[in-house]
Write a protein that binds this ligand. Structure first.
Ligand SMILES: Nc1ncnc2c1ncn2[C@@H]1O[C@H](COP(=O)(O)OP(=O)(O)OP(=O)(O)O)[C@@H](O)[C@H]1O
Ligand SMILES: [Mg+2]
Length: 345
C-alpha cells in the first residue's frame, strides 16, 4: 500500500510543481489537485511512519536524561553512548555507518540501552519500522544453511537501508553467531560512497554480546576490594580486561585505531576498524538491583514498594560467594520475581 500511495501523491505533487506552465483554468484545477494531494500526503505522513524528520528526529537531551535517570550503575556506558550517538547524529555527512559493540554480563542493560537509543531517535521507538533486531541463535540456527543465511542477511540489510538510510540494526547474541555470517554484513559497515546502489552511511549497527563480562566483574571486584568507589572505574581501567582470555581486544578499546585481535566473532570487524566504539557494561550491585526493582514496579503500574523490592532483590544470586557483591543475573529476572512476590505477599 505504502509505495502506491507515495507514488500517487508524488505524481500529483510533481504535477502541481509544473502548474505555472498551464493556462489559468488548468492551473486552478491542477493546483487544487496538488493542494489536495499535499493535504492527503500530510495526512498520510501523520498516520504512517515515513523515513523523514517527522518520524526520525534525534533528541540528544532526551537520550542524556534517559541514560542518567533510567540506566543504573553504568557510568562509562552512559558517557560513551551519548558521545557516540550525538556525534554521529550531528554529522550531516558521516563517512561510514555508526558501529557500536556493547558487551558485558547478562542483565546489565545492553538491550535496554539499545531501546533508549531507539526511543530518542524514532518517534515510534522500538516499534519503528526502521528499528531492526536480529538474534543470532533464533534467526539463523543451522550451520548447514550458512550460505543461505548469508545472502538472506545481505538482502535484509540492503532492503531495509534502501527503504530508509537512517535504519538501526541490533545484532544480539553476537558471541553465539555462526562464524562467517558476520562477514556477509561487513561491507555494510565500511566506508563506501554507495554500496551496490545502497547509501549505507546513515545507518546505525549495534552488536550485543556477553563477552568480556567476567573480566569486567574482576576489575569491578578489584576496585571494591581496594576500597575504591565504583564510579572511579575509568575506561582505561577496563583496557587490561580486554586483553584477558575470553576477550580478544588487546588495547585502546574505545575509539580505537590500533586494536589487535586473536579471534572471536568481532575479530574481522576490528581488523578493518569497522567498530567505532566498544562499550563495556559493568556487573550490577545490590543497590542497582533495588533501583531496577523500583523502576520495574513503576513501569508495571504498581506503587513502588521498597520493602517488597528489597525482599525480591535479597534472594537473588551474587558473586563472589563470600562477599556477594555483584548480581549474577543483573536486573534481568527482577520483573518475574516481582510478579511472583506480589502474588505471594
Ligand atoms: N543497568 C540497568 N539499568 C536499568 N535497568 C536495567 C539495567 N540493566 C538491565 N535493566 C533492566 O533489566 C531488563 C533486562 O536487561 P537487558 O535485556 O538490557 O540485559 P542484557 O544486558 O541485554 O542481558 P543479556 O546479555 O542476558 O541479553 C531491561 O529491560 C531493564 O528493565
Ligand atoms: Mg540482551
Amino acid at each position: 500500500m505504502r509505495p502506491t500511495y507515495k507514488t500517487l501523491f508524488g505524481y500529483i505533487l510533481i504535477s502541481s510543481v509544473l502548474v505555472k506552465a498551464f493556462e489559468p483554468i488548468t492551473t486552478t484545477i491542477v493546483a487544487g489537485a496538488g493542494a489536495a494531494a499535499a493535504a492527503g500526503w500530510n495526512m498520510y505522513s501523520y498516520f504512517y511512519e515515513s523515513c523523514d524528520s517527522q518520524w526520525i528526529d534525534f533528541n540528544s537531551t532526551g537520550l542524556e536524561v534517559d541514560l542518567n535517570r533510567k540506566l543504573f550503575g553504568q557510568h562509562i556506558v552512559s558517557r560513551v553512548v551519548l558521545k557516540a550517538i550525538t556525534g554521529f547524529m550531528k554529522n550531516k555527512n558521516p563517512k561510514k555507518p555508526l558501529v557500536l559493540s556493547l558487551h558485558g554480563g547478562t542483565g546489565t542493560g545492553k538491550n535496554f540501552v539499545s531501546q533508549l537509543i531507539a526511543k530518542n531517535l524514532y518517534k515510534k521507538g522500538t516499534d519503528s519500522g526502521f528499528f531492526h533486531q536480529f538474534v543470532a541463535t533464533a534467526h539463523f540456527p543451522h550451520q548447514s544453511q550458512i550460505e543461505n543465511y548469508k545472502s538472506q542477511l545481505q538482502h535484509w540489510i540492503k532492503g531495509n537501508i534502501t527503504n530508509c538510510p537512517q535504519s538501526m540494526f541490533i545484532f544480539d547474541e553476537m558471541d553465539k553467531m555462526q562464524p562467517g555470517l558476520i562477514d556477509s554484513i561487513k561491507p555494510y559497515l565500511d566506508y563506501y560512497e554507495k554500496l551496490d546502489g545502497v547509501f549505507n552511511r546513515q545507518a546505525i549497527f549495534i552488536f550485543l554480546s556477553n563477552s568480556g563480562g567476567e573480566n569486567y566483574m574482576q576489575v569491578a571486584l578489584d576496585f571494591w576490594r581496594a576500597g575504591k568507589d565504583r564510579e572511579e572505574i575509568e575506561l582505561k581501567d577496563l583496557e587490561t580486561a580486554f586483553s584477558l582470555p575470553g576477550f580478544n581486544i588487546k588495547k585502546n578499546p574505545i575509539e580505537f585505531e590500533q586494536c589487535n585481535t586473536e579471534g572471536g566473532f568481532w575479530h574481522s570487524l576490528i581488523d578493518k576498524n569497522l567498530v567505532d566504539f566498544f562499550v563495556p557494561f559493568l556487573p550490577l550491585e545490590y543497590k542497582h538491583l533495588v533501583q531496577c526493582g523500583m523502576a520495574e514496579m513503576d513501569a508495571l503500574g504498581l506503587v513502588p514498594n521498597h520493602t517488597l523490592v528489597d525482599q525480591v532483590v535479597r534472594v537473588m544470586t551474587y558473586f563472589p560467594k563470600i562477599e556477594k557483591i555483584f548480581s549474577v543475573t543483573g536486573c534481568k529476572t527482577i520483573r518475574n520475581y516481582l510478579y511472583y512476590y506480589r502474588k505471594n505477599v
